[in-house]
Design a protein around this ligand. Structure first.
Ligand SMILES: *Cc1c(COP(=O)(O)O)cnc(C)c1O
Length: 535
């Protein structure tokens, strides 16, 4: 019975619920948005806690020289409901007022959003830009999310059995739970043991540097210790203080976001003593948001899948034309690739042997549509994006870069492309949900065996694997291996299937849809959260 399920408060810095609501940067937010919609669809007692970002994440556009630049706007939303509740949090010894908004109009379970942009607040900027600025600002934002979030739940009278921290950003909510108990007379050790019982944690990035850490002095200076001593902080998160380590030690159970990521995360955090067990719960997507239901019905009924796909492909061709003026050829292969612009995702791998790819692009047998934003402070990521823009100039009509990757671009590409290309350095991709969107839309995955793909891939039947799960510490060796594997599959399997055996292509589309539509749907993920994490 759903009503007996534990009541969960889910904390996340970002939520990708709808393109009109600028409260997400990437995959973490998309997962949180899909989770909240699944919670609503299947009637789970879940509420979300987040932040109302005044300026959202960057709108990253491309200038006339082909360089990315960041722009920000102040957003106003008519769909937020004023709860009338305001809580306060002390940050850097100043009282910060946080107004609490409610959002539940995107088919999602109730989401409560904290907002410091209220009259009289000296520090109204805190909820300005998602992932904006530097360490101190990040801590201030996380204090609003975590401490403000728990206080909002109390003020709203919402009872909670389990606090779920999606990523270490929410860890200060755990500090607030400790503070409440210690104020009621418990010792640190007692409060720690009791709070752990209430907290579960989802870890994401398998890249060590991607796990946020802070000098202990910075936590003390910001007032983020919430009354904990330096020694107590070190016991939780080490020195420097690692937010992921802290969350692993302040939770009763943790999860990684794919089966392979479960292995990676357990190795990565093996040295952390007294941490919670990390189980694997593979991410999933909210089908009504991302998948053309007509594709699924057609696959199930054995109808004309190619005709159904062509409609989506034409819509993508039009979308690209409207945005860039480039007219892709509907009859030729379109490969989609959109992800955050960071080196390990290797968006330029396919260009690495010009003698192979150049002729294919010149006669437009291969057409590539890219998108992706870099973090505003990541110059290397912006170079990657600029390089893709330059490829678009070199191969007009065959390579396109869509600026300002967002949910609209994500949806158009994962419906309308023929192939979804994913070639990260294994095992650095934790899960990757865009490939699931593609798979269920009959867009065939061509992917390294990383993230979720090893769980779904049947090579040559429902998509293709690039390589064989090869890993190497020397990135030059790894990149050369994967590049050769990519070209081999592209030349020997993908292109011949597309151009010479279209009936086989359609069989693969059908297998792709039927193999993924249940397991990688958010229903299964929520069931596993309840059976493996929340119970
Ligand atoms: C689906 C989606 C993501 C997540 O994609 P990955 O597979 O993790 O790269 C990120 N951003 C947007 C806009 C999306 O639609």
């Amino acid at each position: 019975m759903v009503s007996k399920n534990p009541r969960v408060a889910y904390f996340c810095m970002e939520y990708g619920l709808d393109n009109r609501f600028k409260a997400y940067a990437g995959g973490l937010g998309i997962l949180a948005g899909d989770y909240m919609k699944g919670a609503k669809d299947y009637g789970y007692p879940i509420v979300g806690i987040g932040i109302k970002w005044k300026q959202g994440y960057t709108d990253q556009l491309i200038d006339a020289d082909g360089q990315p630049y960041d722009t920000y706007h102040n957003y106003q939303y008519e769909f937020l409901e004023d709860t009338g509740v305001t809580v306060s949090v002390e940050i850097r010894k100043r009282e910060i007022k946080c107004k609490v908004w409610k959002l539940d109009c995107f088919g999602n379970a109730p989401l409560y959003l904290l907002d410091t942009d209220v009259p009289g607040n000296e520090d109204a900027w805190i909820t300005g830009q998602l992932y904006g600025w530097f360490g101190e600002e990040r801590i201030a934002q996380e204090l609003v999310l975590g401490v403000g979030g728990v206080r909002a739940l109390r003020a709203l009278g919402i009872e909670v059995d389990t606090y779920h921290f999606n990523e270490g950003h929410a860890l200060f909510a755990g500090f607030e739970l400790l503070r409440e108990k210690m104020e009621a007379g418990q010792s640190f050790e007692e409060a720690w043991a009791a709070s752990r019982e209430e907290i579960v944690f989802t870890t994401h990035t398998p890249v060590v540097q991607g796990n946020e850490s802070h000098p202990i002095s910075r936590l003390l200076y910001m007032g983020a210790n919430m009354g904990l001593t330096k020694a107590q902080l070190v016991k939780l998160g080490g020195d420097p203080f690692n937010m992921t380590v802290g969350a692993l030690r302040l939770s009763r159970k943790s999860n990684a976001v794919a089966q392979l990521h479960g292995e990676t995360a357990n190795k990565m955090w093996a040295h952390v003593k007294n941490r919670s067990e990390i189980v694997a719960i593979t991410n999933a997507i909210h089908l009504p948001t991302w998948v053309d239901s007509h594709m699924i019905q057609t696959a199930e009924k054995g109808g004309d899948l190619w005709a159904a796909h062509l409609k989506n492909k034409r819509a993508l061709v039009q979308f690209v034309k409207d945005r860039t003026g480039v007219e892709l050829l509907v009859d030729n292969l379109i490969i989609g690739f959109s992800r955050r612009a960071v080196p390990y995702k290797r968006s330029d791998l396919i260009f690495s042997k010009p003698e192979i790819i150049d002729p294919l692009l010149r006669d437009r047998k291969v057409q590539l549509v890219f998108s992706g934003r870099a973090h505003p402070l990541d110059d290397r990521g912006k170079e990657i994006a600029a390089n893709l823009v330059a490829m678009g100039k070199k191969y007009p009509g065959a390579v396109v870069f869509l600026e300002n990757y967002d949910m609209a671009i994500g949806a158009a590409l994962t419906r309308g492309a023929d192939v979804w290309l994913n070639n990260p350095r294994r095992p650095m991709e934790a899960s990757g949900t865009s490939g699931m969107k593609a798979a269920m839309n009959g867009v065939l995955n061509l992917s390294i065996l990383d993230g979720w793909w090893p769980e779904a891939c049947r090579h040559g039947i429902n998509g293709w694997q690039i390589g064989d799960g090869f890993e190497h510490d020397d990135v030059e060796i790894l990149d050369a291996h994967d590049r050769d594997a990519l070209y081999r599959v592209l030349l020997e399997e993908v292109l011949p299937t597309y151009y010479d055996t279209p009936a086989k292509w359609v069989d693969m589309m059908r297998a792709s849809i039927l193999d993924t539509k249940e397991y990688f749907g958010v229903k299964r993920m929520l069931e596993e959260y309840y059976s493996l994490l929340y119970k």
